[in-house]
Design a protein around this ligand. Structure first.
Ligand code: ADP
Length: 852
């Protein structure tokens, strides 16, 4: 079944079309789909957020690790440089110690010489400001700056005591102090001096400029917030870049990192608050000369993560947008699903509320949908129907043609009731059949056209119809009987009343004469009524006997004119008859034709006004017909009443007027016209008048045998060559009759065939000019034989006359539709039959010429 895709398609009708097709579980699924979509989207959002978070966490850690790596490298670099610097300072002081030893050994005594030697040793060092020595009591003795050093005693100072108590090889680095004279920061460095026998002999001193380190450290480029610092092994700050003087000389010995990390590793990184100002930093340290000093390089945590934060903001914005879009998409989806659910539900309700069984079929003829009424009607469960060809609901004999019907409907869809004029049947699951009425309507969906059919079981109606027909027949029989019985006593009433009128001897009084006249008038009216009722009943009971013959239109019109003139004159109505010039004839029952025309004209006079006009005429119309028209300038018929016209006993209000009538005339006229293969109709306008017309078949021009003998027309000359007539009939009596009839036509030879097959063979072999078929043939119906004749090239154009006892107008119509040239009913009306044969032969010369 080409059902539309369930998820992606929209549209009420379309969804509707699916709703029933879906199993229950799937409908439930659709119901909860909204929630599932929401959950799904939420899950996707969580996954996206989680992966975004994880990614950012990694970037964050990478940013921190990067900061650690950079600061560690910088710290190592500075530590190496610093170690070399102190090494060179130590070398210088060792050279000072060597000079001191020379002076102590008496090699140099001249102060100026000593000073210049000291200057040479200092050699313009950027690190050391001044060098010299102090004697064992702490007095400054020699200085590269002064010839006579100022009398200063440093015996109490840290660098004197530490050097005195320390190792002669090991440089002591003092706490930064402000130089009293210049106010600059200086670091005293010292080395123990010894006599040759190892006794303490004073200290070699030097002044180190902390700004030197600050300068060197300044070359590290790690952003504006970067700090590089030099600590003494015990935590005292020796130098710093950027220079913050108040920090020099302070101790960081209490800081966690200093206590816990530095003793353990030569280099390391930590994140934490600055010991002095509390700012968040990432700091790396590197020990100098195995812990004599420590260099640190730190960056503010914010700087280290700045790039990360920038990316995070951008990524966050993008993520936010994505989430918004996701949410909006999910919302749309849910709204749409809900809408579909609602539409779906609505349509289902609608379908279930329909009074009829509803079956919706796709273009392959498969059932896409069925309501509960359909289940009940056909005895199938819905699941058994869905997807199956709709043919299962039809009796087998209709199944061949049905798919084509579905296809035709889909190609030319329009809502229509099905089977007008056709008897349709449905088939239940148990195989039983029942009469149905089906209406079809196209159902447009996004995946194509579906056909919706409403199916109604009309078993009950059929029964009622049959009962009604039965009742109607009983009524007709009763009326016919009644009318007959009424006529006898009525004859007596009328007869005696008229006798009384004529009886001179009795000398009736004026009043009595008037009573008699009333009896006669009323009696006549009653007689008319009885006659018409009898007529109508007779027609309805199928007892109408018509004698169809050629009726000259002029004669008929003239007769009506003569009869009606006095009535028109009495009513003061101007009655004119326009009689056609030519010799037109109609095929009709002469008396009945007059009856119809008299009735129409009498109405036109009765429902007129004094001085009004009535015109009777006859004109040729399309389809070989004559139209008799009666036009009046009378009162006209109101539109609301028009549909009651032609119904027996409906007088449309005239019953309240003085105009006499029975209300049967038009009903009878219609039945008569139709019995003569004609049609009747009217147009009318209130206050202006009406025009009634009756169409009857025109009789073809006569070709009689007598005429052929005397006539010298082209037709008769060709006929001299002889015509042939093939009669297919199995009844010998009928054959004899036909032989006699044909013998009266001197130029026509007759072939006969007692079986249809022989008839077909003879037709092919002889190609007769006309074929006459009995409809009830053994083995093959006349209709079937006709179809075969029409199917063969050789016999296709030969006119075929049907002779049949099935004489209802419907049989005639069906026969003519099937392709019979004429449909002649039994008992045979010889004149009508011969006229038909004449007509058929009239085209023979042309056919022969065409066939060569
Ligand atoms: P009735 O015996 O009453 O004339 P008919 O069957 O002939 O019965 O006509 C039915 C009704 O149709 C009339 O009673 C009248 O009301 C209406 N009718 C028929 N012919 C005409 C006409 N030419 N003009 C106006 N009304 C007419």
């Amino acid at each position: 079944m080409a059902l539309p895709d369930r998820r992606t398609e929209g549209g009420v009708r379309h969804l509707a079309a699916q709703s029933q097709a879906r199993p229950k579980s799937e409908r439930w699924l659709l119901h909860t789909l909204g929630r599932q979509v929401a959950a799904g989207v939420a899950l996707v959002a969580v996954v996206i957020l989680a992966s975004f978070g994880y990614d950012q966490w990694q970037r964050y850690n990478a940013a921190l690790a990067e900061a650690g790596r950079e600061t560690r490298n910088a710290a190592r670099l500075l530590a190496e440089d610093t170690a070399q610097t102190f090494e060179s300072v130590a070398k210088t002081l060792r050279a000072v110690a060597a000079l001191h030893a020379d002076v102590a050994a008496g090699r140099y005594q001249d102060k100026a010489t000593i000073q210049s030697l000291l200057k040479a040793i200092a050699g313009g060092s950027e690190v050391l400001g001044a060098i010299g020595w102090v004697d064992r009591d702490g007095n400054c003795v020699a200085s590269s700056l002064y010839l006579n050093p100022p009398r200063v005693n440093v015996a109490e100072s840290e660098h004197f005591i530490a050097a005195r108590d320390g190792d002669a090889q090991r440089l002591f680095v003092g706490v930064p102090v402000r130089e009293p004279v210049t106010g600059h920061w200086v670091i005293n460095v010292s080395l123990r001096l010894e006599t040759p026998d190892g006794q303490f002999d004073g200290i070699a001193t030097g002044l180190v400029n902390p700004a030197y380190f600050a300068n060197v450290y300044g070359s590290i480029e790690l952003g504006p917030g970067r700090i590089a610092a030099l600590f003494r092994g015990d935590g005292i700050v020796l130098a710093r870049d950027p220079a913050l003087d108040d920090r020099l000389g302070k101790s960081a010995a209490a800081a966690d990192w200093f206590r816990n990390l530095v003793p353990r590793a030569a280099t390391g990184t930590f994140a934490g608050r600055n010991f002095f100002d509390g700012s968040e930093r990432i700091v790396s340290f590197a020990r100098v000369a195995d812990g004599a000093q420590v260099v640190t390089v730190g960056v503010p945590r914010g700087d280290a993560l700045a790039a990360f934060y920038r990316d995070l903001t951008r990524g966050g914005v993008r993520l936010g947008l994505l989430m918004v879009m996701l949410a909006a998409g999910a919302r749309l989806l849910i709204v749409e699903l809900r809408r579909r659910q609602r539409a779906d539900g609505k349509f289902r309700e609608l379908l279930e509320a329909a009074p009829d069984a509803m079956v919706i079929v796709d273009r392959d003829g498969r059932i896409a949908l069925a309501n509960a009424q359909a289940e009940e009607l056909f005895g199938y469960r819905r699941a058994e129907l869905l997807g199956r060809p709709v043919d299962v609901l039809l009796p087998e004999r209709y199944r061949d043609r049905h798919p084509q019907h579905v296809q035709d409907f889909i190609e030319r869809p329009r809502a229509r009731p099905m089977g007008t004029g056709l008897e349709l049947f449905g088939r239940r699951k148990d195989g039983s059949e029942f009469p149905v009425e089906v209406s079809l309507s196209p159902l447009e969906t996004e995946s194509g056209m579906l056909v919706s059919s409403a199916i109604r079981d009309i078993t009950a109606r059929k029964r009622v119809e049959a009962e009604l027909a039965q009742a109607s027949r009983a009524k007709t029989d009763f009326l016919a009987g009644m009318s007959h019985e009424l006529r006898t006593p009525l004859n007596a009433v009328l007869g005696f009343a008229q006798m009384l009128q004529m009886d001179r001897e009795r000398n009736l009084s004026a009043a009595q004469k008037s009573y008699c006249a009333d009896i006669v008038r009323a009696g006549n009216h009653l007689l008319e009524l009885v006659n018409e009722v009898l007529d109508l009943a007779g027609i309805e009971a199928g007892r109408l006997k018509l004698s169809i013959e050629r009726v000259a239109v002029r004669d008929a019109l003239d007769a009506v004119r003569r009869t009606m003139m006095p009535l028109a004159a009495k009513a003061g109505v101007n009655f004119a008859v326009s009689i056609p010039e030519d010799e037109a004839e109609v095929s009709a029952d002469d008396l009945r034709l007059r009856q119809i025309l008299l009735n129409l004209v009498s109405n036109a006079i009765k429902y007129n006004r004094p001085g009004g006009e009535v015109i009777l005429t006859a004109v040729r119309v399309a389809g070989g017909r004559m139209r008799f028209v009666v036009t009046d300038t009378g009162i006209g018929i109101a539109p609301a009443s028009q549909q009651e016209l032609f119904q027996p006993f409906h007088r449309l209000g005239a019953e309240h007027s003085p105009v006499e009538g029975t209300g049967i005339g038009l009903a009878l006229s219609r039945r008569l016209v139709e019995a003569m293969s004609g049609t009747i109709g009217f147009t009318s306008e209130v206050g202006k008048g009406s025009s009634f017309w009756a169409d009857l078949p025109e009789a073809a021009s006569r070709l009689s045998c007598e005429a052929s003998e005397t006539d010298d027309t082209a037709a008769s000359r060709i006929r001299a060559g002889g015509f042939s007539l093939l009669y297919v009939e199995d009844n010998p009596a009928n054959l004899r009759l036909m032989e006699y009839l044909v013998s009266t036509l001197s130029q026509v030879a007759m072939l006969s065939a007692p079986t249809p097959q022989l008839g077909l063979d003879l037709a092919l072999a002889h190609r007769p000019d006309v074929i006459v078929l009995d409809i009830n043939l053994p083995g093959m119906s006349g209709l079937e034989l006709l179809a075969r004749l029409k199917a063969q090239h050789e016999t296709r154009d030969i006119p075929v006359l049907a002779l049949s006892a099935a004489a209802s107008p419907r049989d005639v119509k069906r026969g003519l539709e099937a392709g019979f040239f004429r449909y002649i009913t039994k008992p045979l009306d010889v004149n009508a039959f011969l006229a038909a044969v004449d007509e058929a032969l009239a085209g023979a010369p042309k056919r022969r010429a065409a066939a060569g």
